[in-house]
Design a protein around this ligand. Structure first.
Ligand code: NAD
Length: 388
């Protein structure tokens, strides 16, 4: 009999939808499933939002009190999909109650805050994961496989970007993502950390950064209602505005512990770029390039190819590639964001059942938050910042 794990989800917004979909569909892809997730309780800030989440995502119960929910004996896994300012408080309480935890990224607003979460899960001995899901894109995992097998040799350089335009319009609403007390930082924490995760996953630890960090749009219209309205259609710019106190663009030079160097860029002002997560990695025996906007494809160039056939080739990920057996039977049928969350869901539940530490975990989340702090510090001081 497949083990059942009871899930409590805290937050029912964008990521609540993504994670709920993953719990519902994971056993359809990964069978036999490591465990069958049972959507026990969803928590949100108002009874209305929680009940909407319950009905929409198929939870048994709805609540507005995460403290009592994480303390319940019948909850196995706490899934934190709230804005960044509540991650630490919820995770620490969940760890103290002995719950396994998956927490959305960035783990916390600062490295110091992330450290309190790492300490709590390590003390409690629970399984923990931070939801940097892009590394679970099959083409990204294939890049990792090629690098691990030495197919492009010693890594010389990494160039990574995360460019978006959802907030390029100065009349887009002042979401929590533009408020330091909630988000911690702007493009650095929100999307730059995804590239940092990919860089560490593919190349290794980052030990120093030298960054330019800027806020181009200094104020935005105050949004009405208590929840995020990123997709709000009213962009008239009428009504009161309030200051944006986080960055919206950064460019950083990075040095890796293994000797490679490179760059990381993140902006939410790049008109025409939607989810432009890219990397290009050069080794002394070949190159790899990836663009999330064509996420089923990996571009590879092997220097060992015959001289008359040298050049980038496109590999369409499918059954022959990482996670391929669980996904779709033919390459290029189309994988998307949902599949990365389904794989992530499989991997956290598998780790819980086996009592293993998955990757990326809170230690990775802590390290990534320290690197984000270093990028912000470097931007302020206009100098190299080192991460010991
Ligand atoms: N991995 C990814 O690709 C990805 C993408 C988007 C967001 N995120 C991260 O996911 C987290 C949530 O982002 P989102 O886009 O879902 O935000 P959102 O604003 O769409 O949803 C957040 C939800 O949490 C609820 N909430 C807020 N405080 C709460 C509390 N104390 N208790 C219970 N519910 C509470 C809100 O009412 C809302 O329903 C953030 O940390 C964000 O950085 C990750």
């Amino acid at each position: 009999m497949t083990k059942v794990l009871n899930i409590a989800m805290i937050g029912g917004g964008f990521m609540g939808k993504a994670h709920a979909m993953a719990y519902a569909t994971m056993p359809m892809f990964f069978w036999p499933a490591p465990a069958r997730p049972r959507l026990k309780t969803i928590v949100d800030v108002t009874a209305d939002l929680a009940e909407t989440g319950r009905q929409r995502y198929g939870f048994d119960e709805a609540s507005t009190d995460w403290r009592s929910v994480v303390a319940r004996d019948d909850i196995d896994v706490v899934d934190i999909v709230t804005p960044n300012d509540s991650h630490a408080e919820i995770a620490i309480a969940a760890a103290e109650a002995g719950k396994h935890i998956i927490c959305e990224k960035p783990l916390a607003r600062t490295g110091a805050e992330a450290k309190t979460m790492l300490d709590a899960v390590e003390k409690a001995g629970v399984v923990h994961m931070v939801a940097f899901n892009y590394r679970r894109t099959p083409a990204v995992a294939l890049a990792k496989k090629f690098i691990s097998e030495g197919r492009i040799g010693r890594i010389l350089s990494f160039r990574g970007t995360y460019l978006q335009d959802w907030s390029a319009d100065p009349n887009g609403p002042l979401s929590w993502r533009f408020q330091k007390k909630i988000a911690g930082s702007g493009a650095v924490g929100d999307i730059g950390t995804h590239v940092v995760d990919l860089a560490r996953y593919l190349v290794g630890e980052i030990v120093a950064v030298n960054a330019l960090v800027k806020t181009h749009i200094g104020s935005r219209p105050v949004q009405s209602g208590g929840f995020d309205q990123l997709a709000a259609s009213d962009r008239s710019g009428k009504g009161p505005r309030a200051p944006v106190d986080v960055d919206d663009e950064m460019i950083a030079l990075v040095k890796f512990a293994g000797g490679a160097f490179g760059s990381i860029e993140a902006t939410r002002n790049a008109y025409g770029r939607n989810n432009f997560i890219t990397f290009e990695i050069h080794g002394d025996q070949g190159s790899i390039a990836f663009n999330y906007e064509r996420l089923a494809e990996l571009q590879v160039m092997f220097a060992s190819d015959p001289a008359d056939a040298r050049g980038f080739r496109t590999v369409y990920t499918g059954p022959a590639h990482p996670y391929g057996a669980a996904l779709w039977p033919i390459p290029a049928l189309g994988t998307g964001y949902g599949e990365t969350k389904i794989i992530e869901c499989h991997d956290i539940l598998s780790a819980v059942v086996k009592g293993e530490t998955p990757s990326p975990n809170f230690r990775d989340g802590y390290q990534i938050s320290r690197i984000a702090d270093a990028i912000l510090r470097s931007g302020e001081e206009q100098n190299w910042a080192f991460i010991e």
